[in-house]
Design a protein around this ligand. Structure first.
Ligand code: 5RP
Length: 262
C-alpha cells in the first residue's frame, strides 16, 4: 500500500488500538432533514472530540463544520437518490476526486446496493471510484446499503455484499451488525465497521450492538442515529468509545454512560 493511502487510513483507524469511532451525519443526502440532524454542525460539534473521523456530505462540511477542525473527514461521494424517488439504489458518483482532495478529506464513501434494482450501476460506480482514488492514495469506504429492505440484514447477504466491495477494491467496508456477524468478518479481507441503523429502544441496546460487533471482529463503528438521537449524546459517544478503544464490557460502558448522564 502506498504511503499516502496508509497515512490517510492511520488517521481513521487509530494505530494504537487498531479501532475506530466514526460519527455518521451524512443521512441528509437522501433523507433530507432527519430528526435531531436539522442543524448538523450544532449536533456534531460537541461530539467531535471523541471520534477518529466524521462522515458527511460536502454541503454539510462546507456550510456547517468549522474548517479549523482537526477531525478527519470521510466524504460521502455517492448520491442522486432520495427517499421519495423511484428506487433508492439509483445512486451514483456525485462528487469528483478533485473536489475530495480540495476538501482535504481522508477517505471517500460510496454505497453499493447488492441485489438492488440498480446493483450494476452501483458496483461499476464503486469500481470507477476505486480506479480514480487509487491514483491519489485516497481510501474508499464502501457502504453496503440495504435501502428500505432492512430484512436483508443477515450474515449470508452481508458477507456477499462486503466481499464484493472488497473484491472491487474498496479499502474498508461499512455494514450492519447481524446474527453470526463473525462470518461476515471472516470472509472480508478488508476492515469492517458497523452502522448503528435506526434508533434502538434504549442506549443499552446500542452499546450491546457495538460491543458484540467489536467482539466478533469489527474494527469499529460508524454510528449516527443511536448517538445523536439520544437525549444524552455526549455520554453515549463516550460510552461507545470506551467499548471500541478500551475493550470495555457492556456493563462498564453502561456504568460510564450513567455517570456521565448524571
Ligand atoms: C446512510 C449511511 C449512514 O451513515 C449510516 O447508516 C450510519 O448511520 P446510522 O448509525 O444512523 O445507521 O451510510 O446510508
Amino acid at each position: 500500500m502506498d504511503w499516502g493511502m496508509k497515512n490517510r487510513i492511520s488517521k481513521l483507524i487509530n494505530p494504537k488500538t487498531g479501532h475506530a469511532v466514526w460519527l455518521a451525519i451524512d443521512h441528509g443526502y437522501f433523507l433530507g432533514p432527519v430528526k435531531r440532524l436539522e442543524k448538523p454542525g450544532e449536533i456534531a460539534g460537541p461530539l467531535l472530540p471523541y471520534v477518529e473521523a466524521m462522515m458527511l456530505t460536502r454541503g454539510v462540511l462546507r456550510n456547517c463544520i468549522d474548517a479549523n477542525t482537526p477531525v478527519p473527514v470521510i466524504l460521502r461521494v455517492s448520491g442522486g437518490n432520495s427517499i421519495v424517488g423511484e428506487d433508492l439504489s439509483k445512486e451514483t458518483i456525485v462528487v469528483s476526486m478533485e473536489e475530495a482532495i480540495r476538501l482535504n478529506v481522508s477517505a471517500v464513501a460510496f454505497s453499493i446496493y447488492v441485489g438492488g434494482r440498480y446493483e450494476h450501476q452501483t458496483l461499476v460506480g464503486l469500481s470507477n471510484l476505486v480506479n480514480e482514488a487509487q491514483r491519489y492514495g485516497m481510501p474508499v469506504l464502501a457502504v453496503t446499503a440495504v435501502g428500505k429492505e432492512l430484512g436483508k440484514r443477515d450474515a449470508r447477504y452481508l458477507s456477499l455484499a462486503c466481499r464484493i466491495a472488497a473484491e472491487l477494491g474498496a479499502q474498508m467496508v461499512k455494514t450492519y451488525y447481524c446474527q453470526d456477524f463473525g462470518k461476515v468478518v471472516e470472509y472480508s479481507p478488508i476492515p469492517l465497521v458497523v452502522a448503528g441503523g435506526p434508533k434502538l429502544k434504549t442506549e443499552l441496546d446500542a452499546l450491546k450492538l457495538a460491543h458484540d460487533a467489536l467482539q466478533e471482529g469489527a474494527v469499529g463503528v460508524d454510528m449516527g442515529r443511536n448517538i445523536w438521537q439520544s437525549d444524552n449524546s455526549l455520554a453515549m459517544i463516550q460510552a461507545i468509545r470506551h467499548i471500541v478503544h478500551d475493550n470495555a464490557s457492556v456493563a462498564e460502558a453502561e456504568e460510564l454512560f450513567n455517570s456521565l448522564k448524571r
